[in-house]
Write a protein that binds this ligand. Sequence first.
Ligand SMILES: Cc1ncc(C[n+]2csc(CCOP(=O)(O)OP(=O)(O)O)c2C)c(N)n1
Length: 265
Amino acid sequence: MSEHGVNDLQNVIYQRPDIMVDRATHFCPGCGHGITQRLVGEVLDELDLKERAICIGSIGCTVTAYEYFKVDGMEAPHGRAPAVATAIKRCHPELVPFAIQGDGDLASIGMAEIVHAAARGENITIIFANNANYGMTGGQLAPTTLMGMYTSSTVKGRKQEHHGFPIRVSEMLATLDGPAYIARVSLHNPANVRKARKAIELAFRAPMAGLGLGLVEVLSMCPINWKVEPVQSLDWMVKNMIPQFPLGEFKCLPEVAEMKKVVKG
Ligand SMILES: Cc1ncc(C[n+]2csc(CCOP(=O)(O)OP(=O)(O)O)c2C)c(N)n1
């Protein structure tokens, strides 16, 4: 038997990243946030950031992210993670601040923060978990809620005349000169999870090289508030989320494109 409890005929194909704490997540069944955290953990290991990464806790279901990573952390007020990350990076350029922000956090109360951090070209990493609602507080309307979508604050569905249209944050931020890398990925199947892992690595590598902001929008399942079973939420993602929020890279500086040669997977 090896240290992993497998015999000599078996290979270890999956294990917890070293940088992640050995604990069960607090997320609901089928939630995408745990996958996102896991991918961030893989990247932190890959880039050997245990001593340099700072996890900024932002308000929402991802707020306790710092309890899952064996790195230093700091709490930010709702939506203000980009400002806190900016301060840490400017005071300690050798550190690697990152945040996992929900769509209510980043695109509603914190919209000004991310727009200006992006416009300034701050060398920080933002993982934007878009589940089309305010998950933690009971599934209210977010700026990313789909047209017609039922939430606890749009009980007759999102209507343009009352609630306006959803915001495509990645496309909007990609019009700015400051970001080095912006991509939207999804977690609805293994192939896309692997793509998400690569995008997250680039979103760390780009600011670490001083090229500007790295942001990955992760379309993340929220079965509880989408009111579907966890397995159905994967199809729900393909049918409803991806048509409104197309996957792909919206900004990738040539220097970042070069980095793809060294990103595994
Ligand atoms: C200043 C302030 N206003 C409101 C709240 C309440 N609040 C906590 S979490 C949350 C919604 C978070 O939703 P989102 O960012 O989409 O993340 P999710 O929970 O879906 O991952 C809100 C409104 C708060 N904590 N602080």
